[in-house]
Design a binder for this molecule. Structure first.
Ligand code: CAO
Length: 546
């Protein structure tokens, strides 16, 4: 067991920074690279990671303390022989993947055009020194073309795997154009856009001779005509993180990542950290508050449906399309069902080679004119027979979940795609219907649903639902149980497949079915038997006569 003392890494010229978060506590077992404390200067925030795995023996700083490079912050206990070595490495070496501070971008390479005193000149703004990071994503454009921008005001925000950094305007002026958009990947030196600037920096270019009206501004401390020296806040780990103060949002990369994962719009979150910085707890608190809000609060039909409050227009053009009532009700029902029913889907395949031969051949000849029988009619017939054999599937749970209410009537809902959304008309008294009845009824009800002519009770009282996507395609899907029913059968497109008959592979037409069921009511074995039974009936329609 050895002890390792972790110190504040090189702060790149900054004397003192404040400890704003302590992310660990004494006794914690932590991983190498895990964040231990967060430091903040006037301009940037950096997370200090553990140089090695170990157990936290002592924390030597408190939130609010001012620390400098080399200040002892934490003592770690470790079994590793390499403990002290890794600490030394961490404090002496600079990482390859460090990210430079926003200040770096303020360094100005004097323009080369023939600017005259007080005359605006167009200057190209370039991506500053990224401290070795490459292909950094533009996650936000913080200004609009035509905006008058003050020096230091954010133009855009970049984000690498580890850090978010704001690129500020190098000087006051007007934004003429952006050369990048959100989502683009950029590297040091890439042109971000053009600003029209009047300043000492631009006028100092009088003597320059390059015949262009566009000068270049970028970060490089070693270049001549530097307006301000770079103040790179370098740290000895690739986990150094910058905080971007984007408009009213002041949050570090870890917090931004958490917000993205939770679908939280940070502009809606109030920060409780120093200088209103948003910390992880603020994001978690925001989500908790949202979840506690009464489900019917201002949401009308969408009660319980939580969408996104994210401002997608930041990433590209968008349009707000109002959802009609059918879609709103469907959304509500889906959320209700999905969030309250523990549902599982059982997949199976029915060999409908013979059924299809029959359907396309003799049956067509026997049918009255105008009646078309699709495979769906056979599936409906098979379902009602299976429901009679397995009564638990034609049932509902009572309110407190203490009883199963089995129904002695059989009403089959059919999911129908309509221009307004999904409707589920119900074939009542399905146990008394023939195949031809099913063909007629399903065609008639689907037509009425699409023409908005279903009677008021046309979608009520279903005991089991069939959702057929077989006319469209696909190999399988997981339909959502339509509460208070306890099961739903999905039907996908039949396809000819090689099937082993014990001696050889034979081409057989296989119909995929997906049975989703409420696992509170139905066991997996029962579901597998139900699905198998449907396949048996469809595989040999003579079983339907028994
Ligand atoms: N495998 C292969 N072909 C199939 C098939 C299957 N499982 N099911 C139907 N077909 C064929 C039919 O035979 C028909 O072929 P022909 O044009 O050559 O006669 C063609 O596909 C179109 O069938 P259809 O879809 O018009 O008729 P249907 O009786 O099979 O289905 C209905 C009726 C109302 C279920 C269907 O039109 C529909 O709306 N399906 C969408 C349901 C839906 O959206 N479900 C999702 C709910 S969850 O979001």
């Amino acid at each position: 067991m050895s002890q390792t003392q972790v110190t504040v890494p090189d702060l790149g010229g900054i004397d003192e920074v404040e400890v704003i978060e302590i992310s660990i506590k004494v006794g914690d077992t932590i991983e190498a690279e895990q964040e231990i404390i967060v430091l903040e200067s006037d301009k940037a925030t950096m997370e200090v990671p553990a140089p090695m795995a170990g157990k936290v023996a002592e924390i030597l700083v408190s939130v609010g303390d001012k620390v400098s490079s080399g200040t002892l912050v934490v003592t770690l206990e470790s079994n590793s022989e390499q403990a002290s070595e890794s600490t030394e490495e961490s404090s002496n070496e600079e990482p390859e993947d460090k990210v430079a501070s926003p200040e770096t971008s303020k360094v100005i390479d004097a323009p080369t055009a023939g600017a005259k005193n007080n005359e605006p000149i167009n200057v190209e703004i370039k991506v500053p020194d990224l401290g070795g990071a490459g292909d950094v994503e533009v996650i936000e454009l913080s200004a609009s073309i035509g905006d008058n921008i003050d020096a230091e005001e954010s133009l855009l925000v970049l984000e690498s795997d580890k850090a978010t950094m704001e690129v500020p305007a190098p000087d006051s002026g007007q934004l003429v154009s952006f050369a990048v958009k959100v989502g683009d990947k950029v590297n040091e030196g890439d042109v971000i856009g053009v600003m029209s600037i009047v300043s000492a920096a631009t006028t100092s270019a009088d003597s320059a001779s390059t015949p262009t009206q566009t000068a270049a501004l970028e970060g490089s401390a070693s270049e001549p005509n530097v307006k301000e020296p770079a103040q790179a806040m370098k740290a000895s780990s690739e986990s150094v993180a910058e905080v971007a103060s984007t408009g009213s949002v002041h949050a570090g990369p870890a917090v931004r990542q958490l917000a993205r994962e939770m679908g939280v719009d940070l502009t809606q979150v109030s920060g409780t950290g120093p200088r209103n910085r948003i910390v992880k707890e603020d994001v978690q608190g925001f989500v908790k508050t949202k979840l506690k809000q009464p489900v019917n609060q201002g949401a009308g039909l969408l009660a319980g449906v939580i969408g996104s409050s994210e401002d997608f227009s930041r990433f590209g053009p968008i349009e707000h399309v109002p959802l009609n009532k059918i879609k709103q009700v469907t959304a509500k029902n889906m959320v209700q069902s999905w969030s309250t029913i523990p549902q599982v889907t059982q997949f199976d395949e029915a060999d409908i080679t013979d059924l299809e031969g029959y359907r396309k051949g003799q049956m067509a000849a026997m049918l009255p004119e105008g009646v078309k029988v699709s495979p769906l009619a056979f599936v409906l017939k098979a379902c009602v027979l299976a429901l009679q054999k397995f009564p638990n599937f034609n049932a509902s749970l009572n309110l407190d979940g203490t009883q199963l209410i089995t129904k002695q009537y059989y009403n089959l809902g059919i999911a129908v795609e309509t221009p307004d959304g999904l409707l589920v008309p119900v074939i009542k008294g399905a146990d008394k219907k023939s195949l031809i009845d099913f063909a007629k009824d399903s065609a008639e009800l689907a037509g009425k649903a699409r023409d908005k002519k279903l009677p008021m009770d046309g979608m009520m009282g279903g005991t089991f639902t069939i959702s057929s996507l077989g006319g469209i395609g696909g190999t399988a899907f997981t339909p959502i149980v339509s509460a208070p029913q306890v099961a739903i059968l999905g039907v996908s497109k039949a396809a000819t497949k090689p099937v082993w008959d014990g001696e050889a592979f034979k081409p057989r037409l296989m119909l995929p079915i997906s049975l989703s069921y409420d696992h509170r009511v139905i066991d997996g074995a029962e579901a597998a038997r139900f699905a198998r039974y449907i396949c048996l009936l469809l595989g040999d329609t003579r079983h339907m006569l028994l």
